[in-house]
Ligand binder design. Structure first.
Ligand SMILES: Cc1ncc(COP(=O)(O)O)c(C=O)c1O
Length: 452
């Protein structure tokens, strides 16, 4: 366990944090020699290519030997140029070979910069009243004071709420607990059409963008929008001159069994914000990918993009990202994510009969999870103070599986879910190991929390 340390501030005061020693593939090892499966891909959905891939470290080392930092107001760097070409060649739909890339440091930078780009674009286009960004309840887009206002997880919002840049929120696309109490497909996608209502209520002349995660991660525990949802969203955004920003911070780079989450709906966003899996955790880096025409509008107006941080497009991080993206392609990890994800979801589905606390099992590719309920039939959640997902997380931890416990699926506070996102290099036997641990951990959770 940790040496007592009074200087380092961790995320939680009430738990011990074992010190990590090393990691390899899907496994983590602490200084006491304990082995864990990295079931949540870090915190979370980061480790696309798994741990300990020396060629990534090598690529970064080689660049670091040349230089890592440089005066970015005066120079560019080869790794940034190469990375941008690579990203554009891999971009989805109409963005492929027809977009440009801005590189920043964190996922929050990427979503913040994406909405800045939307705002600056509309000003440059001569529509300066367009500033509002419509978001969704139970969505998550990052953790600065500005971006946190776009998020819709109430329990994470409350402390800083008075300081937020407020934005209109529409209900999530969440069939298991439909906010409109309808059933798909008879609902006729009311959740998507809520965007049109919100745009009209706020006035299309005031709305700059709509931002959404193709598969909602931390706020709902791996909930993909239903078929047709993003097609409807795309259509509404186009009709009202609203830019559609896909937050692919979690869903990009093969995580959902396609290179991009939005590809499951076959539509092209105007802007993508991405991070996490792009460097698999080897180094911090994020990106904003936007249609050529959006950047060209700024370029024609000689209006430099008003965003940026000192360490943007860091050459060592760009070298790491290039190596990670090549690794994903070379090892066909997108297809592995699809196959292993199907296996995991099927395995979880098979556990539903045995475990009355398994309310819903969901996800896409290797971004999957489940919701814990007190009653499978009525979907009644556990009481918040029972901390059901934390109880599960602890049980899994004791069995050597790191999972990611989330809350708020019902209303941003109530409702427990567990998110899983192992490295995309995982094999069939390892998925079965995870399922076995989940099975045992659910039994313990149910014993501790009691049944219906
Ligand atoms: C969908 C989504 N967007 C944005 C972010 C923010 O990314 P970061 O933590 O790298 O700032 C996250 C982080 O979890 C996320 O899940």
């Amino acid at each position: 366990m940790n040496k007592p340390n009074v200087h380092a501030v961790h995320r939680d005061w009430d738990r011990e944090f074992p010190v990590m020693e090393r990691a390899e593939g899907i496994y983590l090892y602490d200084q006491d020699g304990r082995k864990y499966i990295d079931g949540s891909g870090g915190s979370s959905v980061v480790t696309t290519i798994g741990h300990g891939v020396t060629e990534i470290a090598q690529a970064m080392f080689e660049q670091a030997q040349k230089f890592s930092f440089y005066p970015a107001h005066a120079f560019t760097n080869e790794q940034f140029l190469e990375l941008s070409d690579l990203v554009v060649s891999l971009a989805p739909g109409g963005l492929k070979d027809a977009s440009r890339v801005w590189v920043a440091c964190t996922g929050t930078d990427a979503t913040d910069d994406a909405v800045r780009l939307a705002r600056q674009y509309w000003i440059t286009e001569g529509k300066p009243s367009k500033y509002q960004v419509i978001t969704r309840w139970q969505g998550f887009h990052g953790n600065t004071i500005s971006v946190a206002g776009y998020s819709g997880i109430s329990s994470r919002r409350n402390i800083f709420q008075p300081m937020y840049v407020e934005s209109p929120h529409i209900p999530p696309a969440f069939c298991y607990r439909c906010p409109f109490e309808h059933t798909y497909p008879e609902c006729n996608l009311l959740c998507a059409r809520a965007l049109e209502t919100a745009i009209r209520q706020h006035g299309p002349e005031n709305v700059a963008a709509f931002i959404a995660e193709p598969v909602v991660g931390a706020g709902l525990g791996c909930v993909p929008a239903p078929p047709g949802y993003f097609q409807e969203i795309r259509e509404i955004c186009t009709r009202y001159d609203v830019l559609f920003i896909a937050d692919e911070v979690m869903t990009g780079w093969g995580r959902t069994g396609r290179m991009w989450g939005i590809e499951h709906w076959g539509v092209t966003p105007d802007i993508i914000a991405t991070a996490k899996g792009m460097t698999a955790g080897y180094t911090p880096l994020s990106a904003v990918i936007a249609r050529d025409e959006i950047w060209a509008t700024l370029e024609r107006a000689h209006s430099p993009f008003k965003a940026g941080h000192t360490l943007n497009a860091n050459a060592v991080s760009c070298a790491g990202a290039i190596a990670v993206l090549h690794y994903i392609q070379k090892h066909d990890l997108v297809e592995n994510s699809r196959q292993r994800g199907e296996q995991a979801l099927k395995g979880l589905g098979n556990l539903m009969e045995k475990h009355p606390s398994l309310g819903d099992v969901r996800g896409l590719g290797l971004m999957f999870g489940f919701e814990l309920v007190r009653d499978q039939d009525t979907k009644r959640p556990f009481e918040a103070q029972q901390r059901a997902s934390a109880v599960f997380e602890r049980a899994a931890w004791q069995r050597g599986l790191v999972s990611y416990a989330c809350t708020g699926t019902v209303d941003g506070t109530l409702g427990d879910m567990v998110l899983l996102a192992p490295p995309l290099v995982i094999n069939e036997a390892q998925v079965n190991d995870i399922l076995t641990i989940i099975d045992d951990s659910l039994s313990e959770t149910e014993k501790e929390l009691g049944g219906r």
